[in-house]
Each structure stands twice: as structure tokens, then as C-alpha cells.
Design a protein around this ligand. Sequence first.
Ligand SMILES: Cc1ncc(COP(=O)(O)O)c(C=O)c1O
Length: 393
Amino acid sequence: MRTNFDHLPSRKKTNCTKWDDLQKRFGCLSDADVLPMWVADMDFPTPPEIVEELTKRISHGVYGYTMVSDSFSTTVSQWMKTRHHADVDPSWVKFSPGVVPGIANAIQALSHEGDGVIIQPPVYYPFFSVVEDNQRKLVFNPLIETDRSYRIDFDDLRIKASRPDVKLMILCNPHNPVGRVFTREELLEIGAICLANDVKLIVDEIHADIVFKPHVHVSYLAMPDEIRNNGIVLISPSKTFNLAGFQTSAVMIPDAQLRAKYQRRSEITRTTSIGCCGETALEAAYNRCAYYADELVEYLGENKRFCEEQLSTRFPELTLFDLEGTYLLWIDFRQANIELNDLDRFMIEDVKVAVDYGHWFGEEGRGFIRLNIACPKALLVEAFDRLDKAMHG
Ligand SMILES: Cc1ncc(COP(=O)(O)O)c(C=O)c1O
């Protein structure tokens, strides 16, 4: 491995959400002894090739208004081809300052106030607020819990999609927080249901690069034309290369009419302008750092195996759900001897590990935690020791 993922850079006092926002977010008196394993970014430095390109850009010394160049689109298209076997015409690609802002624009562009938007809880919590803040109605198609995994309730989806008020669905694939990587068959079925009911699909593929074998990420853009043309797909190098601070994402829209509507909306919301380093970072990542993505998945795979082993040997009362993709573990505490309403307090005050609480992802998530394992293994060792001590005395 070229990358040393065991090295923990100090992130405190860098205005870092994960490490510096603990007191506000979790209400703890001090953050000095809390291990932050919550928000989805990584405690790994970005690859040196990206630092090198950014250093070149920064040393130029002039940081005026910056445009999105054509190579932004060709780079994204190339990445989708080589990494995800999806043919993406560069003309389909639009810049967005983030995946969530892109989803907000898509909601505004493709639906009206009061329309219904389907989401599949337990799911990434900004999906709830981005729908409601835009005065659309949440329509739930909850995932069905199976043995340490989840499946889609297609019967329910058919009913919800056929409602006349429902115009959109937001799909998270790979799914945060349950860790599912949906199969081609599942995607085809979702796609066919949405198409048959004229429900447009917004597909958030931000975690696409982080998938564990034998699972394979199938992009919605690799679906048959008719199904694919009914969707909008969003990606970003932010998760894979730890670049969230550059606020640079890509929205891919095959259908010309949908694309024009999206484009107009992003002009209205003034979200077409890129920061002066965003494209530099994206292009360095996608053009020069595929090796890093491979190494990252390998390291995260080892972390995942370590957590599986820890949970099965030391915490028989907890259930770890299968992690097919993402670096976010979904852990079930419902059989543990902890009052469910006390789980949040227990994690932050007794264990002293900051995690995302399951109920943030919808009521279905109550009794779960989401643990971010994108960190040096030493931090995981420490986290499980703390959990053992707090749970078993
Ligand atoms: C599924 C999903 N979508 C979007 C985001 C955030 O994307 P952005 O910061 O580009 O808005 C995250 C971050 O955790 C995520 O997990």
C-alpha cells in the first residue's frame, strides 16, 4: 500500500465538524475525551497527488471568480466509465456545490409545493429536511428489516408511487445508514415502478466507490435507456477522497428536458458557481488517484472485519448489520440491557464515543447507532474497549 491509513492526523482546531463541533452537537461538557465517530468524513489525509495539484493552484496567488471548465464533465464521465461501467455523455454533467444542494435543486425543478416525495427510512436524515424545507410532503417506503439486512418493500413502493400526488423518489445507493448496495435487479424494479407512474428518481450515489466484494455498485446510469432517462444521479469525490470541504459534486442528467429544468433551477438558486479549488481537487482525485480508492476500500474492509470480530466475540447482545458498502456500520442495540431512550446519553456520556443516533434516520432506526469506521484501526480498538467497559463494567 502506498497510503498509510494508520496515521491519525490531528484535526482539532481546524473548524472540523467531526472533531470541533462535539460540544454543540452532542451537548457534552467537554470534547477532550470523546472519540468522534459520527459524521461521514474520514480521519485520513487526502492523497498526495491532490495536495500537490492544490498546492500548485494555491501558489498561483490569484483566486478570482472561477468557472467550471469542460474538463470537469469529461473527467466525471471518464470516472463513471472506468470505475462504474456507465456511459455518461459529458453534456449530461452539471456542477453542484454539494449532493444535498443538488437534491434540493432537483426537488424544486421537478415537483411543486405539496407534491409527495418518496424516501426509504431509515435513511440519511437530510433527505427528510430537504423535502420538508422545500414544502413537499414526505411519503415513506420503509425498508423491511431481514436477518442483519434490509430489503425493499416493492408492494408498498407500487402503492406509494401510484398516488397522484407523488412526483419524486430519492434513492440512496449505496444506502446510508443500512449499508445495502442495491442489485441490478432491485434497481431495475425500482426504475420500472417509477417510470410506470411518472415518478422521477433522484439517485444519490455519493458512496458508490466504497463497496465491499462480492458486492458491486451498479449505477442507475447503467440501466436501460428508458429507465435511466427518468432519473438524475449525483456523485462526489468528497467521501472517497475526503474532500467534503471543497463542496464540489456532479449531477448527471441524461434527459435533455429534465436537464434544462435542473439547470434553470440551479441558476435561480445561484448554485452554479464553483470555488477556485473545487475542480482542481475533483480532477486530481478522479484522474490520478484511482489507486487510493482501491487501497481505501481494502483498508476499510480490514476495519469492517475487525469490527465484525469484536462485535461477535465481545458483544453478543449487539447485532451488526451486513455492510455491503459505505464506511458506516449500523449496529442494533435493541437486545442490549440499555433503556432505548437512554442510548444516546449512554453513548456520549458513558462510552464517550460520538456516533449518529439511529432515530436521526427515522423512527425505524430507534435502538441503533451508526458508527463511522473510516479511521485508523487504533481508534476502533479504543472505541470497542470503551464500549466494553461501559456495557460490561
Ligand atoms: C447519502 C449521502 N448523501 C449526501 C451526503 C452529503 O453530501 P454533500 O456534502 O455533498 O451535500 C452524505 C454525507 O454524509 C451522504 O451520506
